[in-house]
Write a protein that binds this ligand. Sequence first.
Ligand SMILES: Cc1cc2nc3c(=O)[nH]c(=O)nc-3n(C[C@H](O)[C@H](O)[C@H](O)COP(=O)(O)OP(=O)(O)OC[C@H]3O[C@@H](n4cnc5c(N)ncnc54)[C@H](O)[C@@H]3O)c2cc1C
Length: 303
Amino acid sequence: MIEKAFIELISKENADIRLDEEMKSHTSFRIGGKADCLCSVKDVDSLRNIILLCREHGVPYFILGMGSNILVSDKGIEGLVIKLEGEFNEITLAEDNIVRCGAGSTLARLCTFARNMSLGGLEFAWGIPGSVGGAIYMNAGAYGGEIKDTVISVDYMDKDGNIRRCSGEELDFSYRHSAFTDTENIIIRGSFRLEPGSHDAIVERMQYLMDQRKTKQPINHPSAGSVFKRPENGYAAALIEECGLKGYEYGGAQVSPKHAGFIVNDKGASAADVLGLIDHIKKEVREKKNVELCCEVRFIGRV
Ligand SMILES: Cc1cc2nc3c(=O)[nH]c(=O)nc-3n(C[C@H](O)[C@H](O)[C@H](O)COP(=O)(O)OP(=O)(O)OC[C@H]3O[C@@H](n4cnc5c(N)ncnc54)[C@H](O)[C@@H]3O)c2cc1C
């Protein structure tokens, strides 16, 4: 329960405040209980003031991107869920071939901007849902590319409200991991070094990869993408399928009949259903294949 006085203080900032916000409206899984408060912040000064107020009042906060890689608890999220909007959506061509993009922008807008400038390097990301902040945090990747291949620096706000810059090398990127994983730092914007290329070739590659996704993935069903990280020497989807779990249902959650690496929510699943299905899949794959699967999707909220 957040104090009224705290809400009054953050309401003075350049931010939209919504109390008891249903998180199922803000996640690609369409699952999740209520956040005590969803705060859509429009500028850096307001973000700083809000996180400092959170610290002063002992209110926890969580930074939400587009909610495409999270499973939110049925019991909701305590404290503030912060979304970056307004100036955090800006995209500019900073210097030749370097695009600077706010963390709140969708990755799709960044890819479109690059394509319109005939700059290549982000084609792999076309079709990955989510924000630029989420893509940097997760080191999102597909079809042989990863965000780390193009990021040259990231500006972030530390827990004291200072803006700092980190070079690509300092970001400790690895498979679905960055230096931001499990820290309180807030990604503000990233700079991406791209390559001039043929506009037609860029468009063609993006279209090809999107077609691949449409053919292989249940992109029109609520999900959070691949639930598990790729284990060493194999693919989670293949292991799950070999265990006979394609299409397997647990409550309202189902292993996608199209792609066994995805869990889909076509039948009003709860977070508890998804967690139950994850446990079942892990147990089967452990027993039948002797492989320990690790989750890529992040569980957020009250336990
Ligand atoms: C249909 C589908 C297909 C997908 N395909 C792919 C794929 O091919 N490759 C891939 O890598 N992923 C894929 N994903 C997963 C997901 O889209 C990516 O992980 C994406 O980068 C998450 O971004 P987001 O903005 O939605 O992050 P969220 O899910 O909102 O958050 C993820 C994490 O990032 C943190 N975060 C977000 N923004 C910030 C910020 N500004 N500062 C600090 N922390 C932040 C959050 O706190 C959270 O811990 C897919 C998902 C779906 C639904």
